[in-house]
Design a protein around this ligand. Structure first.
Ligand code: PLP
Length: 395
């Protein structure tokens, strides 16, 4: 039988890392791999009340199809979240998506033809690479430092690729590096987008999870021409299982996005949307997020302290002020995929950093997640990982 798959399906490959990481299901494994929130913090009791209340009060709506744009009540609540962030937005500027991941797919669909250029951070979010890759673009990576994407490098990339479709960036506690784009660079990236007639996709799932330092306004705060497509989610603040994200963008972009969303899933889960609204009506989401931040802050320090104590001198790592990840750079001669294979024997998992570079390379890097394991397991896991590194390293 000939399979008659599309050209794009030839380009999508199952990653070898995914195969290795299947073992993280085993509870004996100390996993620093997934970007998972801490499940013990999920508001399960509150959600039971929320589910019942929604079914009692609005069961007919919760179990019915709904508009592609999303329930007005949720879009209104999100517009006030956006206003509090310094982005002036009305409910009609918001569309609810099935996780922010769907928005990445839809933006790929509305902007990208084969061979088009996507400018992104180097490294960048793995599942954004997968989402965009379906549309067969070329990725131009822009080097980062501790302040995020380097603006001189971005400008050079824009000069060389003025026909690029958009800049994709994760400004706060970036996945995978944990780095945050500085205030000056937030202003500059908008200036550059204006100058080079470029859209910016600002993917911001982690901004609300700042546990240290001062809040920074989103890039969209500086957007004067409607070029910034702001994408966020309830996954890291409430629960990822609800699969609720949103996009705040200019009307033309939203119109296209809604047409493609109809083709993808007609509407975002009605019940989940009403649950989010009811949760925020009955309970204190901000208070809940404060608890999450306190736990993650402690876990980050547990990880950093264990790394300072056990890791070989040559390992360099970031110290994020929020989010879920620490990024590790090893000497060039160490391949993190080999480290993973060996550390899985020691029952520790992480994601090799090479996966986050759309054009490959950088196999000497690792992403460590600190949100999903209790402090004592973090210390033990880092100790075991450091043992593997000491065997593979030259000091
Ligand atoms: C940078 C980034 N964008 C988007 C997502 C997708 O989030 P969700 O689809 O759960 O909203 C994630 C998830 O980890 C992420 O790290």
């Amino acid at each position: 039988m000939s399979m008659k798959f599309s050209k794009r399906s030839d380009h999508v490959k199952a990653s070898d890392v995914r195969e290795l990481l299947k073992v993280t299901q085993n509870p004996e494994i100390i996993s620093f791999a997934g970007g998972f929130p801490a499940p013990e913090l999920f508001p399960i009791e509150e959600m039971k009340i929320v589910c019942n209340t929604v079914l009692e009060e609005q069961g007919d709506k919760a179990l019915q199809y709904s508009s592609t744009e999303g329930f007005l009540a949720l879009r209104k609540t999100i517009s006030s979240i956006m206003n509090n962030l310094g982005v002036s937005a009305f409910s009609e500027d918001i569309v609810i998506t099935s996780g922010s991941q769907q928005c990445l797919d839809l933006t790929g669909k509305i902007f990208l033809d084969e061979g088009d250029i996507v400018i992104c951070e180097s490294p960048t979010y793995l599942a954004a690479i997968s989402a965009f890759q379906c549309y067969l673009p070329r990725f131009v990576e822009v080097e980062m430092d501790d302040q995020g994407m380097k603006m001189d490098k971005l400008e050079a990339a824009l000069k060389e690729n003025s026909q690029a479709k958009f800049i994709y960036t994760i400004p706060d506690f970036q996945n995978p590096t944990g780095r945050t784009l500085s205030l000056e660079r937030r202003k500059r990236i908008v200036e550059l987008a204006n100058e080079y007639d470029m859209f910016i996709i600002e993917d911001n799932p982690y901004g609300a999870i700042r546990f240290e330092g001062n809040n920074l306004p989103p890039i969209k705060h500086f957007d004067t021409e409607g070029r910034v497509i702001y994408v966020s989610t309830f996954s890291k603040t409430l629960t990822p299982g609800l699969r609720l994200g949103w996009v705040c963008a200019n009307p033309e972009v939203l119109r296209k996005l809604v047409i493609f969303k109809q083709g993808a899933d007609l509407n975002t889960n009605s019940f989940a949307q009403l649950k989010a609204v009811k949760y925020m009506e009955l309970f204190d989401l901000e208070g809940h997020v404060s608890k999450i931040k306190e736990v993650y802050r402690k876990r980050k320090y547990a990880m950093l302290e264990a790394m300072d104590k056990h890791m070989p001198e040559y390992a360099k790592y970031t110290n994020p002020e929020g989010g879920l990840f620490i990024w590790v750079e090893l000497p060039d001669y160490i391949n993190a995929r080999e480290v993973l294979a060996k550390s899985i024997e020691n029952k520790v998992a992480f994601v090799p950093g090479g996966s986050f570079y759309p054009n490959g390379g950088h196999e000497n890097t690792m992403r460590l997640n600190f949100s999903n394991m209790p402090e004592e397991r973090i210390e033990e896991g880092i100790k075991r990982l450091a043992e593997v590194l000491k065997v593979l390293g030259r000091d």
